[in-house]
Ligand binder design. Structure first.
Ligand code: SF4
Ligand code: SF4
Length: 367
């Protein structure tokens, strides 16, 4: 659907939240412990819409950390009860890179074996995205063209201006919300300010991938056994933070919880991480990714290259969360940012081999 552009003045943001909240359970980025997090909001909430690099991405609303898939009871046969997932959700302030991450998740959870839990929520969710008029020092979305501006795949899109907002309508769902409000058309000055703010955000995004995205597959093939993987993975704690905060990571485990009566229980899914030792453990404690270096390489290459081969969309959108939340000290590696930082991992792999003289790497075959 072609976007319609209307002006929404600052005092009207609450009116928009109020209109949306009548039909949807609304989430938005608000301050939490000096950072920002998606929380359930109301018209009084103070939303942060400049560049919402929230601690956890919005994926946790559509694919919760834990969710009951069904509960079961033994008795008169085997009875199953599934959760109702018909609640209407709205997410305010999803940044352009996170909307692009959702498109990647749509591919993962779609296709032949579509995940009904994800899709019920996804279809019931109103996306009220926000263009990033500020940039975090960790983000490199311009390298992937996933930010700071969004061009499609939203229901409503907000851009913050000095004295108000521009609100763009991108779908019939968005149009239904806006139809309840009486909003003036955006002026040419509003549109010029939007362009200027987003141009400035683009220009201020200093962090860049040192290799063009289209060349990354070949790049990693050629460096699959590069010795730089050794000191990097040696400094990794295998804590899984980099995957938990990543908007495109999707792995989960399934567990059954049996009640003490042993005739009832619940089947749950919970997020998992390829960085944890147990992730690739199979029968008889065999583990096809036991060495930490294998797990470290897997995360990096899967996000930056293999996911594109699998699903046609990048597994990294440059949000910078893994850079921000990796607890391994950069000083351990003589680096300035975190160990999980894709830009620095690539930079390390571009170093001449002489720098790693004496470092031995277990040779594996590149995929
Ligand atoms: S790999 Fe890091 S920068 Fe890329 S999308 Fe995931 S968290 Fe964001
Ligand atoms: S790269 Fe950093 S965040 Fe990721 S598992 Fe290792 S120590 Fe944890």
């Amino acid at each position: 659907m072609k976007s319609k552009i209307k002006a929404l003045k600052l005092e009207n943001l609450n009116i928009l939240i109020e209109a949306v909240s009548q039909k949807y359970r609304a989430y938005g980025p608000v301050a939490k412990d000096g950072e920002h997090a998606f929380k359930v909001i109301d018209p009084e909430s103070k939303l942060y819409l400049g560049c919402a690099a929230t601690m956890l991405p919005a994926k946790y609303i559509l694919q919760p950390v834990w969710q009951d898939l069904y509960s079961f009871k033994l008795g008169n046969g085997f009875q199953i009860e599934e959760p109702r997932l018909d609640e209407k959700l709205a997410v305010f302030g999803i940044s352009p890179c996170d909307v692009n991450a959702l498109l990647a998740l749509d591919r993962v959870f779609g296709g032949k074996f579509a995940d009904p839990y994800y899709w019920k929520r996804r279809e019931n969710t109103l996306i009220v995205a926000a263009n990033c008029t500020e940039v975090s020092k960790e983000s490199f979305c311009t390298s992937w063209d996933t930010g700071p501006e969004l061009y499609s795949n939203y229901d409503l899109l907000i851009t913050e201006l000095s004295d108000g907002y521009i609100l763009e309508v991108g779908s019939a769902k968005g149009e239904n919300v806006v139809a309840q409000l009486s909003l003036a058309e955006a002026t040419q000055d509003d549109l010029n300010e939007k362009t200027a703010r987003l141009d400035s955000a683009r220009a201020n995004t200093e962090k860049k991938l040192p290799v063009a995205p289209d060349n990354l597959h070949q790049f990693f093939r050629e460096r699959f056994n590069h010795p730089a993987w050794v000191p990097n993975s040696d400094a990794c704690f295998s804590c899984g933070n980099c995957t938990i905060v990543c908007p495109t990571c999707y792995c989960f485990d399934i567990r059954d919880e049996i009640m003490p009566s042993r005739n009832a229980g619940v089947r749950r899914s919970e997020w998992d991480s390829c960085q944890l030792l147990e992730f690739a453990e199979v029968g008889f404690r065999a583990n096809f990714r036991r060495p930490r270096i294998d797990r470290f390489k897997h995360r990096t290459i899967h996000k930056l290259s293999w996911m594109k081969q699998q699903y046609g969309l990048t597994g990294c959108v440059g949000c910078g969360r893994c850079v921000r939340w990796c607890p391994s000290w950069p000083e351990r590696r003589g680096r300035v940012t975190s160990l999980a930082d894709p830009v620095e991992i690539i930079a390390d792999l571009m170093e001449p081999l002489e720098k790693y003289k004496g470092v031995e790497i277990p040779v594996r075959e590149a995929a």
